[in-house]
Design a protein around this ligand. Structure first.
Ligand code: ADP
Ligand code: MG
Length: 729
């Protein structure tokens, strides 16, 4: 009898629901109260310092050490007023997590006592002992120095007793070792290139901002059940588990009533997020059982990325308070939907124009077409690299399956925009471009107001869909740092816009007027980028064939997908705006391959352990009880009667044996494959070996373990089953 499972299931089903106690105050009264935002800065900084800091932020310029010296003491006083005793530079290393090291605000006062202190130098720069962060060989250990440097464009905030200062993380020799630094560079590159292109349409545009609205999917599991699953604890996903008889077939979970215990979790999470200035807005059940989604209102891209990371931290913490564990893994369970992040991406100008929004007149619509077409071109030319930006060992489970964007990047524009582009391709400069951005339909039902129809249809199978005034990049993994995908998109677009401007200017120099030149290049791009446009079913085999014919990147092996980062075009794209040097691209790929290997390696070990010390012993125990039963039958009954009575047991005994043998043999094969792969020193080749020889063993081992789960007495099965993980509240 396996106590742990029954104990866990019993505890989980008797879980008391925490009372739902909405905060007394209105959200607007405490929103951002733990953030050193403009309001707090205005209160705590002198007028000149406030002006200088906000100007630096708005213009994307660095804050001088002298200015930091004025900000630091004010920041400390504000933090202490709000209960902080410590500070930490907060950075985003290539592990996909966040890193922090706390220091107290204390210094010797010279007389045996202590004073609180926090200098501008410490605010601006730190040197964490960074030798253990992934760096792909950029820093040899004797020179294990990395610097974190303050990012004033993302405001400092307080969590617990600590003031968190968002920072970038770079090596001694200036290479970036994190996700934020390249993101900031890519945002600057988009700004520069987009402003240049906007000038064809308006001279007032001086700044273009990139926005991101992320939608975060996640699973919740009861903590007792989680604790009884070593695979969930160590790898974030279940490596075995037979499908539950009921899972998501009835589609009764999607948008269903939110279970009370989950609602209590969501409310507390929202409360914590609002205090941290994260504008979370939407919450709902997702398709799979125990799967949910949270989305904020979109924000400036860098801030939105930080907020997503912060929110994921908060989710983990608040889930624990409600005796849940949160699963941010892309595919925690086989047979039901996995989790992603949808990154809604748009550009807007300082004049208040969304560049992915149709306008009111012909020139505004030409601007709209310009940006849509350039985004498509950027996606088309860089589709392999953009896929690489979201590829990971965990996201790979999702990308192939029929529930998430496929492992081929394409774009869905919707009927209306597709028709506009097709018409544009055939138009002449003198044709006016008119289109209703919103079509109204009258429903004729008295009490229901007129509904505005979006000018896009929905296509859930497209990884990159145009949704009215933004592109929605849906292939991002639920556990990923949004910055990776956003940096790739921004870099690709910035480079594309720059090329576009060069081409248009060249035609103007040759004597074409501006409009003619724009038309000429746009028409050429519309033709050229057609292969990336696909409005059909992205899950179909037909599309896979067609995409290959169209020359799109169809690679499915994650280690090979990463190669696209160092292609000749990628090198040019990332050199624009110094987002990444060639060396950086290479070393970052090394890190990706290493992480890939480690993830598969850990999973292989956990799978091997569980097979050998959880599953096989239980299978043997059950088989022994059957054998004992058979022996007793033999002792009591005649030969003929015995044959009749023992038939079923013997069939079971044999079946168990077959599955056990298969598990053992395949585990041995997996072990040998790992040993061989570990001997390979080149990170890329090692990752390929793990993908090609270790990973394929998982499915076979799992298949036989899942069969054993069905055969073996429910009472002694050692792990919580899917039906328990899904439906026990
Ligand atoms: P869904 O795609 O599920 O219908 P919503 O329409 O609620 O979801 O929007 C999803 C996300 O897109 C939200 O974070 C929202 O703020 C964001 N969003 C809306 N408009 C824009 C925009 N112009 N640019 C970037 N993000 C946007
Ligand atoms: Mg969406």
């Amino acid at each position: 009898m396996s106590d742990s499972r029954f104990y866990a299931v019993e505890k989980a089903s008797n879980r008391e629901v925490l009372p739902i106690t909405p905060p007394q105050a209105k959200t607007s009264e405490y929103f951002g109260c733990l953030v050193f935002n403009r309001k707090a800065m205005a209160k705590h900084l002198s007028k000149e310092t406030f002006k200088a800091v906000t100007a630096a932020i708005d213009n994307g310029e660095p804050v001088s050490l002298e200015l930091a010296a004025h900000v630091a003491p004010a920041m400390r006083l504000w933090a202490m007023e709000n209960g902080a005793t410590h500070y930490s530079h907060w950075f985003h290393p290539l592990t996909e997590g966040t890193a922090e090291k706390h220091d107290a605000f204390v210094e010797h006062d010279g007389q045996g006592g202590m004073i609180e202190e926090f200098s501008g130098k410490i605010l601006a720069q730190q040197e964490p002992d960074a030798s253990s962060f992934p760096n792909g060989g950029l820093r040899s250990t004797f020179e294990a120095r990395g610097y974190s440097a303050w990012d004033p464009s993302s405001p400092a905030f307080i969590m617990g007793d600590t003031l968190y200062i968002p920072t970038i993380f770079i090596s001694f020799s200036g290479e970036t070792l994190d996700y934020k630094a390249p993101l900031l560079k890519s945002l600057a590159a988009v700004n520069k290139a987009a402003v240049g292109v906007c000038r064809y349409f308006s001279t007032d545009v001086t700044r273009v901002q990139t926005s991101l609205g992320w939608e975060q999917e996640y699973f919740l599991v009861d903590e007792e059940l989680y604790n009884a699953r070593p695979d969930l604890i160590l790898t974030g996903r279940t490596l075995m588990g037979h499908e539950s008889a009921k899972n998501q077939q009835l589609e009764d979970h999607y948008f269903g009533a939110i279970p009370r215990r989950v609602l209590a979790f969501m409310q507390e999470l929202e409360y914590e997020c609002w205090k941290l200035g994260i504008p979370v807005k939407t919450r709902h059940n997702e398709v799979a059982p125990n799967q949910f989604e949270l989305a904020p209102i979109y924000e400036e891209c860098n801030l939105a990325c930080d907020h997503n990371l912060l929110c994921m931290m908060m989710m983990r913490e608040v889930a624990r308070r409600h005796r849940f564990r949160i699963l941010l893994h892309e595919k925690p369970f086989k047979g039901i939907n996995g989790s992603g992040k949808h990154n809604n991406w748009s550009l807007s100008t300082n004049t208040g124009v969304n560049l992915f929004s149709p306008g009111k007149n012909s020139m505004e619509n030409l601007r709209f077409i310009t940006f849509i077409v350039n985004a498509l071109m950027a996606l088309y030319r860089n589709n392999g690299m953009i896929k690489a930006s979201i590829a990971s060992a965990s996201n790979a489970h999702r990308l192939g399956a029929n529930e998430a964007p496929p492992a081929i990047i394409s774009s869905f524009l919707g009927r209306q925009i597709s028709e506009v582009l097709d018409a544009f391709e055939k138009s002449s400069v003198d044709d006016a471009i008119t289109m209703d951005s919103k079509k109204q339909i009258k429903l004729g039902v008295g009490q229901i107001p007129e509904i505005l129809v979006d000018n896009t249809d929905r296509n859930r199978t497209s990884p990159f869909a145009f949704t009215g005034n933004r592109f929605e990049f849906r292939a991002v993994g639920s556990s990923a740092n949004c910055a990776s995908a956003m940096t790739a998109l921004n870099a690709a677009l910035a480079y594309q816009l720059k090329e576009f401007k060069t081409e248009v200017d060249a035609l103007i120099a040759k004597g074409q007027n501006k409009k003619e030149a724009l038309y000429t290049v746009l028409k050429k791009y519309i033709k050229e980028s057609k292969p990336i446009r696909y409005d059909g079913n992205g899950y179909s085999d037909e599309w896979k064939k067609l995409a290959a014919k169209r020359g799109l990147d169809c690679e499915t092996s994650v280690p090979l997908i990463y190669d696209a980062y160092t292609s000749p075009l990628s090198q040019k794209v990332f050199a624009n705006g110094s987002i990444h040097s060639k060396k950086e691209l290479e070393t970052r790929n090394e890190v990706k391959w290493e992480i890939y290997v480690k993830k598969i390696q850990i999973e292989a070990r956990v799978l091997g352990d569980l097979a050998h010390n959880h599953v096989i012993p239980i299978a043997i125990r059950y088989q022994s009880s059957l054998l004992e039963n058979v022996a007793r039958l033999k002792a009591i009954f005649s030969e003929k009667k015995f044959e009749e009575l023992s038939k079923e047991q013997i069939r079971l005994i044999t079946a168990i044996n077959e599955h056990m043998t298969a598990v053992t043999e395949e585990s041995d094969k997996m072990l040998d494959a790992r040993k061989a792969a570990n001997l390979i020193t080149d990170p890329r080749s090692r990752a390929i070996a793990y993908h090609d020889t270790v990973l394929p063993c998982f499915d076979t081992i799992r298949y036989h373990i899942d069969k054993l789960e069905l055969l073996i007495d429910n009472e002694i099965w050692p792990l919580p089953k899917y039906r328990e993980l899904f439906f026990v509240r």
